[in-house]
Design a protein around this ligand. Structure first.
Ligand code: 4NP
Length: 154
């Protein structure tokens, strides 16, 4: 099963989500991330995201930012969006109903309906990055449980 984590710049939230999710799933799951804007294409994640992940023993330093491309909608089974603006942007790029069905709001998929958006830490400080890490970590746990059970039953 192939999962794509998507945020705006692909340098803060989705690289963290990718790095965390990879630690929760067995190797036959493929996890990648992308952004809805081209601004940071080719860059490694934000230094604060790299540091926050490293504090938890996860290396995201080699990831490289890239925008979402049309082929992603065919290649990936699940496309998780970090906030509502990102979700609306990604949905608008999908070309048919099958592709639209793959797209969801990450925290809503994890069962967190009250606060369905991962806040953007880009304009914040290291505490905001740590808060995002904790939010993503809990949500990844929930989603990993769901995905393992889907993979087991199919
Ligand atoms: P991300 O955070 O979407 O979590 O990677 C951002 C990164 C860059 C910008 C905004 C948000 N930016 O405006 O450059």
């Amino acid at each position: 099963m192939k999962l794509l984590m998507v945020c705006l710049g692909n340098i803060c939230r989705s690289p963290l989500a990718e790095g965390i999710m990879k630690t929760k799933l067995p190797g036959h799951f493929f996890v990648d991330s992308a952004g809805t804007i081209f601004l940071h294409e080719g860059e490694h994640p934000d230094k604060r995201a790299i540091k926050t992940a490293a504090n938890h023993g996860i290396d995201i330093s080699k990831q490289v930012s890239r925008p979402v491309i049309n082929a992603d909608f065919d290649h990936f089974d699940k496309i998780y969006c970090m906030d509502i603006d990102v979700y609306e942007d990604v949905i608008s790029k999908a070309r048919n109903e099958e592709q639209r069905r793959k797209i969801s709001l990450f925290l809503a998929s994890a069962g967190n309906h009250e606060n369905a958006e991962v806040p953007d830490p880009y304009w914040g400080d290291t505490k905001d990055f740590e808060n995002v890490f904790q939010l993503l970590d809990k949500a990844c746990d929930q989603i990993a449980i769901q995905l393992r059970s889907i993979a087991h039953n199919s």
